[in-house]
Design a protein around this ligand. Structure first.
Ligand SMILES: Cc1cc2nc3c(=O)[nH]c(=O)nc-3n(C[C@H](O)[C@H](O)[C@H](O)COP(=O)(O)OP(=O)(O)OC[C@H]3O[C@@H](n4cnc5c(N)ncnc54)[C@H](O)[C@@H]3O)c2cc1C
Length: 592
């Protein structure tokens, strides 16, 4: 039995795949309309579905051209909302087909978990005792209220996926006006605003600033309590990617006001006063007017909500409303009750919510059998997609994070115009590889630009596969694709490595063609045979003779380079310690 959102759907499907019967119980997220079958329009979609649909619609709608044809804002907004409705409908209908395919039942209504000793639960156990495989494990029931009447639904396990709600900071007149929104009510936006003020530089705030800007709203302001750098760092964003995002945002006309908060809403127009603006006093004493105010200041898990009945049914809930769970199995403190998704707190993403739900169901029914869903680790790094315009995608470590973990790092970074597709179709953006300077391994991938949220999955495979940039350099990418940027970034990183691809190639030839095994004995013997004057040091000429003697002569330029890189004490010659360190450092696999 599942209380749903995208996590609930994923959990129910997993249960059906494991041969269990599942029912979804969901209260519509927003009063946004119903499908012909009576289900709500946002059924089975994430809370962020509206923003994705609005973004898509903003990209496909030429508001300026529509205005030039004398269309007024209401007509334009109607066209936009039609597109959103059709997108949400396609998603909801698709989710319904999935549920039908798996024989999953669905009940629309508010659910309240009952305690184990609640009369209704005890009665249900008595009634179904003979049908249960293990009646001693008990039964869990929820009371579902719909249209004023209550139904009790019972099952052996319950998965709670009641999601999150937007945080409402005090002093913001949400309820007085149809022009002040939070990240839930924005989904019911009913007009095309003339100007927008967003408070908060989190993912949601940035996403909507881009969207309103793309919709041709002339004045879009983001108020940031602190500074941009701190806010973007909190999101795990690479500094250069964040700077590129800010550059593109400000170039497109969005104003980002650091150190700025609203002290007071001095006037909020009543419904119907459509020509008037909200008036605000800012913390620096200045005033600002806006047609729409959007508080994107975070979300909180809804576990504490009395309607869910979780706390009174004995589920352990942290102060902020987050359900406490066992991180691996996702079981709560209460028997047979599991939780997944936003309601268990960070990272609160659609992708992680679904993975958690599948893992919870696996641990409910796996009964000692192995299942790959249980192997996934709660603490694995996440691939992040941010739906700005252009979008962002990142996975793995930033330079700063890698250095904190003790890596010596180089970065390979290229602008989107470094590849033909970028140059011609989408020059804005950059792709960066964070690379371990000793091994050449890719530790992180950070992208802003067209298709970034898709490309990051290839980046994720590079990081997870501990791929070295030398492998990327020897890969042939399909021409006129954005993936060519990975090779360009690898070239850039390579040029910053002490022992880049040129040295890899030389040592590869020595190993594969000249059959040399760089054992300690071999190196010592070689060193001593070349060190004719017995000084214990090799100069440039002796080093050149060494490579010739091994069967791979190298140019004077390349020898000067190895001397520069290896001569740690800076005396112009290489002693045996410095000499053998060269061979330790170049430990990369041979290039094909
Ligand atoms: C504006 C915005 C943009 C976002 N963008 C992204 C993004 O780009 N990428 C990403 O990965 N994530 C994004 N997210 C986050 C993502 O939407 C959530 O992580 C995801 O929706 C969580 O899924 P869930 O199933 O846990 O909860 P929810 O989607 O919140 O679903 C919970 C469901 O439970 C129902 N419910 C609650 N209480 C009860 C009850 N007592 N009885 C019955 N039903 C109940 C609710 O009505 C709701 O339908 C965004 C969120 C927002 C707000």
């Amino acid at each position: 039995m599942y209380l749903q959102g995208p996590a609930g759907v994923a959990g129910a499907v997993k249960a059906a795949q494991m041969g269990r019967r599942a029912i979804l119980i969901d209260k519509p997220k927003f009063d946004a309309g119903v499908l012909p079958n009576g289900l709500d329009l946002f059924f089975g979609g994430p809370t962020g579905l509206f923003s994705k649909a609005l973004r898509d619609s903003a990209k496909n709608t030429n508001v300026a051209a529509m205005r030039a044809q004398s269309m007024d804002s209401d007509v334009i907004w109607k066209q936009i909302t039609n597109q959103i409705v059709s997108l949400a409908m396609r998603n909801a209908e698709g989710q319904c087909r999935t549920l039908e395919r798996y024989g999953i039942d669905y009940l629309q209504g508010g659910a309240q978990l009952l305690g184990e000793d609640d009369d209704a639960n005890v009665a249900a156990l008595k009634k179904f005792e003979n049908d249960l495989d293990s009646p001693d494990d008990g039964l869990r029931s929820v009371s579902v209220s719909k249209d004023g009447s209550d139904v009790v639904v019972s099952g052996t396990k319950v998965l709670v996926c009641t999601g999150s709600k937007s945080t409402r900071l005090p002093g913001i007149p949400f309820d007085q006006s149809h022009r002040v929104f939070d990240s839930d009510t924005i989904n019911l936006l009913g007009y095309l605003p003339r100007s927008v003020t967003i408070s908060g530089l989190g993912i949601i705030g940035i996403e909507f600033a881009n969207i309103f800007n793309a919709l041709g709203v002339e004045d879009v302001n983001i108020l940031v309590r602190g500074d941009v750098e701190t806010s973007t760092k909190k999101l795990g964003m690479d500094l250069d990617v964040a700077n590129e995002l800010m550059r593109l945002l400000t170039e497109s006309g969005v104003k980002v006001l650091e150190g700025t908060t609203v002290d007071e809403f001095s006037y909020v127009p009543p419904p119907g006063a459509d020509d008037e603006y909200i008036k605000m006093k800012l913390n620096d004493g200045s005033t600002m007017e806006t047609d729409l105010f959007f508080a994107a200041t975070g979300r909180f898990p809804v576990g504490k909500n009395e309607e869910t009945g979780l706390a009174s049914a004995g589920v352990d809930i942290a102060d902020r409303g987050m359900i406490n769970i066992d991180k691996k199995t996702l079981i709560t403190s209460t028997k047979n009750v599991y939780a997944a998704g936003d309601v268990i707190g960070a990272p609160a993403l659609a992708s992680t919510s679904m993975e958690q739900a599948q893992r919870a169901v696996t641990s409910m029914f796996c009964e000692g059998e192995s299942d790959s869903a249980l192997d996934s680790s709660h603490d694995d790094p996440l691939s992040i997609g941010v739906w700005t315009i252009p979008e962002m995608g990142y996975y793995g470590l930033t330079k700063e994070q890698a250095e904190k973990e003790g890596f010596t790092v180089v970065e390979g970074s290229v602008k989107f115009d470094a590849c033909l597709r970028g140059r011609v179709f989408a020059p804005d953006g950059l792709l960066k590889l964070v690379v371990d300077a000793n091994e050449g391994t890719v530790l992180g991938v950070h992208i802003i630009g067209k298709e970034a949220a898709e490309m990051v999955h290839y980046g994720m495979a590079l990081v997870k596969g501990e791929t070295k940039i030398f492998e990327i350099l020897s890969t042939v990418y399909t021409a006129v694709t954005f993936h060519e940027l990975f090779k360009e970034a690898a070239f850039d990183a390579n040029s910053k490595l002490d022992f880049g691809v040129e040295w890899q190639e030389i040592f590869n030839v020595l190993q594969s063609e000249c059959g040399i095994d760089f054992s300690e004995e071999f190196l010592r013997e070689k060193f001593e045979s070349i060190d004719e004057d017995g000084s214990g040091e090799l100069d440039e000429q002796e080093m050149r003779a060494l490579f010739s003697s091994m069967g791979r002569p190298v140019s004077k330029r390349v020898i000067s380079n190895i001397m520069r890189l290896s001569d740690e004490d800076g005396n112009g010659t290489i002693d045996f310690g410095e000499f053998s360190a060269i061979f330790d450092k170049i430990s990369c696999p041979p290039i094909e």
